[in-house]
Design a protein around this ligand. Structure first.
Ligand code: FES
Ligand code: FE
Length: 444
């Protein structure tokens, strides 16, 4: 087995069945540069990739800069409100035409030789173009665009693959769309009133899949986040924050699901919302005054609705391969190279609540990335370093594979305890399917 897999790397005869086996995957999936390069075409070039939230480009001529794997993308809204995903690569010699992270612009001018493009990608001006001769057509030099774009309730996705792009995005999301609806319902119910409100960014020295592996992992919190759990219990007593992860994770009412197409879900709500999730939070300075004012101003029922959306949706929803709903935040995993990954946590606010509610929402959303994400990041980098050991080839994904605890419903959704590795087995099934063939990819 060892020889076969290592030979495959060297000869480029890629045997995915050898590398993704029952209950284990080969370390080369994480550390091999060839695998990474193939992933950028067969995964990130071939399926729907989350790009941005519509609230980030609400105004005409606004834009944000994103990536699809190594491809730099500018997501724009033109003056007629149409959304585009332009490839941030000058059609002259490849320089970036936009070097800002976000802003409002009708035109992008390349800093190298001054070629200018409209925010719909059209080449608008080439300085001294006469020197290119009579055959030269400026219209051949429009920016490349991601050819297929679709939004699901404010979430913009794009793909280069006609096979995906010509089918509705909802076919790709499947039951994950219902979970996105639940996330939106938790945040007031009207997706047009949800606002992405800034990001905390982490640069992780590890492969992107180390992060995706963790997103649906209910096995680790009791151990990895032990200091956070213990500190909360010592200072604030029982029944606070994430203490429901401590003990009994094989039998808790929380559950994991495989939703198809590599999407997975971990539901914390049966424990987090068995009472008031707002009361379950650790103390936040000044929030008692906010509660009092809201009760007076809006009445208890409406005040409660707003306050119970503060602690987070209690959902870990992973949309393969790079969008993670965690609490009230959106995490985006962007692979930069085989050993470097951008992990951005986008905070959200609600436009239908007073600023005071959004302030405590934001304090809550700062809480876990600061207290807990450091534990996770340290695990990502540590796992990645371990995967570099050539003599130890396998990464285990067998938990609850043979315990008979998985259930499947009529829609094909598989359910298991939160400590199961169902989430990894599920996305690796889709990963292997996509990696097994070269997709057709087009650029508009
Ligand atoms: Fe952009 Fe020359 S590389 S104008
Ligand atoms: Fe964690």
């Amino acid at each position: 087995m060892t020889t076969k897999v290592e030979d495959a790397v060297e000869t480029d005869t890629l045997c995915w069945d050898d590398r993704v086996q029952r209950g284990r995957v080969h370390r080369s999936l994480y550390v091999d540069r060839d695998v990474f390069d193939i992933e950028q075409r067969r995964i990130f070039g071939a399926t729907w990739i989350y790009l941005a939230h519509e609230s980030e480009i609400a105004d005409p001529n606004s834009f944000v800069v994103r990536q699809i794997g190594p491809r730099p993308i500018i997501v724009t809204r033109d003056s007629e409100h149409r959304i585009h995903a332009l490839i941030n690569r000058c059609t002259h010699r490849g320089a970036s035409v936009c070097r800002a992270a976000a802003g409002n612009k009708k035109y992008f001018t390349c800093g190298y030789h001054g070629w200018t493009f409209e925010n719909n990608g059209k080449c608008a001006n080439i300085p001294l173009h006469e020197a290119y001769g009579s055959e030269f057509r400026q219209s051949d030099y429009d920016l490349g665009c991601v050819p297929y774009l679709a939004s699901y309730r404010g979430f913009i996705f794009g793909t280069f693959n006609p096979e995906k792009g010509e089918l509705p995005l909802t076919d790709h999301l499947g039951p994950a769309a219902d979970r996105m609806d639940e996330w939106i319902a938790h945040n007031g119910g009207d997706h047009k009133l949800i606002q992405v409100a800034g990001a905390q960014r982490f640069l992780v020295n590890g492969n992107w899949k180390c992060i995706y592996d963790n997103a649906g992992d209910g096995y680790h919190p009791e151990y990895s986040h032990q200091s956070l759990l213990r500190m909360t219990q010592e200072r604030n007593g029982e029944g606070k924050d994430l203490d429901y992860f401590a003990g009994g994770i094989d039998v808790t009412p929380m559950y994991s699901e495989s939703l198809g197409n590599g999407h997975t879900f971990l539901d914390q709500r049966p424990c987090m919302y068995d009472g008031s999730a707002f009361e379950r939070q650790r103390p936040q300075p000044g929030r008692e005054a906010v509660v009092e004012t809201l009760n007076v101003e809006f009445g208890e029922e409406r005040a409660n609705e707003m306050l119970e959306s503060v602690p987070g949706a209690g959902m870990n929803l992973s949309i393969f391969p790079s969008l993670l709903f965690i609490g009230n935040q959106l995490q985006v995993v962007t692979p930069l190279s085989v050993d470097r990954t951008d992990l951005s946590w986008y905070a959200t606010s609600r436009r239908d609540v007073p600023d005071s509610v959004n302030t405590i929402r934001l304090r809550t959303q700062e809480d876990f990335p600061i207290f807990g994400e450091v534990d996770d990041n340290s695990n990502f980098e540590s796992c990645f370093n371990g995967m570099r050991v050539p003599e130890m080839e396998w990464v285990d994904i067998s938990r609850h594979l043979d315990t008979g605890v998985e259930n499947i419903d009529e829609a094909g959704v598989v359910r298991a305890p939160i400590s199961s590795d169902l989430h990894m087995r599920s996305y690796y099934k889709e990963w292997k399917r996509l990696m097994s063939r070269e997709p057709e990819m087009v650029v508009k």
